[in-house]
Design a protein around this ligand. Sequence first.
Ligand code: 5GP
Ligand code: SF4
Ligand code: MG
Length: 460
Amino acid sequence: MCGIFGIYNHKDAANITYLGLYALQHRGQESAGIACFDENTVHLHKQMGLVSDVFTADVLKTLQGTNAIGHVRYSTAGSSDLKNSQPIVVEYLKGHLALAHNGNLTNARIIRDDLRDSGSIFQTTTDTEVIVHLIARSKERNTADRLTGALNTIEGSYSLVLLTPNELIAARDPYGIRPLCLGRLKDSHIISSESCAFDLIEAEFLREIEPGEILVINEKGTHSLFPFKKVPRKHCIFEYIYFARPDSFMFGRTVYTIRKAFGRGLAKGDTVEADMVIPIPDSGIGAAIGYSQASGIPFELGLIRNHYVGRTFIEPEPSIRHFGVKLKHNAIHDLVKGKKLVVIDDSIVRATTSRKIISMLRYYGAREIHFRVSSPPTKYPCFYGIDTPSRKQLIASSHTVEDIKTYMQCDSLRYLTVEEMKDALDGGDYTFCDACFTGDYFIPFPRAMDMEQMELFSRQ
Ligand code: 5GP
Ligand code: SF4
Ligand code: MG
């Protein structure tokens, strides 16, 4: 759960990156950072906090240079503190390099232990640093080949940007699990996790980086390498369900249209009678619109979200999450009073948010509450880069839908089925990872990871 951005050949590289990170803020709110090169001098600024807090005009002035990369972070491996923030900047035998990574490496611990046994010193507890070490140890002559060697050793999900004084390199894992795309702004090339960042800076969307592609951008232009064995595409379907911004174009479609299709799919198999469909904002809005259009039940904004509270989930402290739920949503009293409601959210994790919202709606006089979820029950943890720590406490992994309904105290509960989810994506091959719903893990992970994904490196 991170956002990455890179720009090559722009006189205001850091300023553009700063704007790009704004557009990617939803992908990580713990820390933000920008690295850039001014000839051979590297500038780096990273800090805990939101993009708007981390960068001031004075800081941006110090970030000189025509090439830059940036990162917003939410930790999936490694603890949440400054030393684990990105980009990582190092100086090694061949000079400086900066790296920013979105994803999760499943064999990072094994490689890390090997590297440490042979003398490597690690500065952070992130799996990203493993890639840096592998690049530094490579005997290959150019950076792209050294990166290829490193990526051939690691397994898991990665979309990354690597910057040297004269090159920007983007890479995406062979399955294409996490998104990454290429854009252009006049003579500059831009890499971003999501296309919504291009819109903000008025850049043109060119294409998505292909699964398994290493794209090198330098003074000669761009060229692509495809050095890995071809494997089936496995795009993270949870990006569509929840994580990506609805205005992004990703995995060949606009996220918003898919969210609506999930909502339509939910409505298709539903016979419930209700006065209105209301989303839990913001994550349930797209699906609720789709549900309303397909069912003919009017859409209303029955719940209002306070936008100045961080995403409840993203706060690592349980006490903060508890407050967050209460602070975040309120109901429009006279709208819901005496009404039969279909309430839609994109997913249920612990069911704590939804339970509180249901109790609030009842308090304001809702007559019936039919809860609908625009994804299948989330039963399995993600090892490929999404919010693993909280997924340990997934309610659906140990409870039936009936149990969950009882816990949430709604009148009925229905999830989108895996089949309905596939139907909603209509047409062509199904090219998605859905392991958190099906348990179909296509990249093996060490057994220990199952138990202690979050403690991955923190044991030192
Ligand atoms: P619950 O009702 O299970 O307590 O919370 C469900 C809510 O959490 C949904 O609104 C959903 O949008 C949100 N959610 C699901 N997965 C994640 C995640 O990985 N990170 C964050 N921040 N929120 C999530
Ligand atoms: Fe995405 Fe779920 Fe696969 Fe993780 S397990 S990559 S969240 S679809
Ligand atoms: Mg939500």
